[in-house]
Write a protein that binds this ligand. Sequence first.
Ligand code: MV4
Length: 448
Amino acid sequence: MFSKILIANRGEIALRILRACREMGIRTVAVHSTADADAMHVRLADESVCIGPPSLTESYLNKAAILSAATITGAEAIHPGYGFLSENASFAELVEEHGISFIGPNPEHIRMMGDKIQAKITMKQFNVPLVPGSDGALQDIATAYKIADEIGYPVLIKAAAGGGGRGMKVAYSKDELEEAWKVARTEAQMAFGNDEVYLEKYLDNPRHIELQIIGDSYGNVVHLGERDCSLQRRHQKVLEEALSPVLTDEQRQKISSIVTNAMKNLKYRNAGTLEFLYQDGHFCFIEMNTRLQVEHPVSEYVSNIDLVREQICVAAGEKLSFIQNDIHLRGHSIECRINAEDPVTFAPSPGTIKMFHPPGGLGVRLDSALYQGYKIPPYYDSLIAKLIVYAPTRTEAIARMKRALEEFVISGVNTTIPLHQAILNDEEFQRGEYTIHWLENFIAKNQQ
Ligand code: MV4
């Protein structure tokens, strides 16, 4: 096992990783920008290294500075958290070339899944269900017309290097296809330096359901059930839950056995998430994330597994300490992402935290790097806390979340707590009747 890990991240996820390390007896190195000198992750780490000025490219994305920090402190491994360098295959390679372990998958798997076309081709080989569309990259506009005619409009043109909602163009009919193709390719070239695109049937009203897996270096893979992440605004998730309110045990069993089989064949190591669109009772794979995700705590609650501890263990070459039959998915968990934003306009609301009173009690977890007097810097994203609850049933989890949100006091900045309270009080939400479009409609309706 490692004796010292460098955490290449900030905010709540840096704390989350630090806590796992502490419990495992592993020393920690924090890295930070000059804007984060007073941040909680710096205060709690055993050592810290300033890696640059506030701008991301010069600090948290600065590969050379992070590698130097690892080398001078003698860290044996780097945990990238989420975002930043977590899915950067070149960085993972560079880390390994320096004799340091990257706490993530091997770089080939990062690269494979970063190319959304390659990801789909790979999954198809293992009979993972896909959205109907082109087999691989679209070579020319004639092929696009042909496939669109076969599967029917509307269709989407997506960038191979895209993902997370970036680089998509919809064509509702034949006369929109050429324009969508041109714009998608131009934008993909400008955004990613890669104009490869593919075509998919556009699903008009799906849910976003994703499956959490973890694998070790020996081809052992287990799943921890799914998360329903349909509640999002402009491709930013707002509230997630595990398990999904709409899946039966049989549906879960079927899709998860297909997915774990695929991951075993790939010998995938690390935590990973397979994203699906779910509509009319069918799963369609769209993308795979090869990192720890923001919303991992809801899966931890229902599976009783510490995902960060397991990530560290498998990166250190250990075998998973459990098999699928040891995992019993129980109860219900909900996460509210609390952002320092205006709850109506969603404009960022940085500033100094005047009062901070966290909620507590049975089945309540708060992952946050806030403290009273902390000044939220304006340079980074606006997530300031993740409030996660667990209860035996979904109904009780909703009641517990409402109770916890009422207890929560954050003053000095605006937060999205009122938005969460409105969602939790909505009857459609309470019945679990929502898709990826529900939240934007809900917000529009409530603003009238
Ligand atoms: C789609 C889709 C409908 N049909 N693909 C957006 C993010 C990226 N991960 C994939 N996305 C979508 N792909 C097909 N074939 C609709 C979306 C989509 C979406 C997906 C998940 C969560 C929220 C979303 C919001 C808008 C569109």
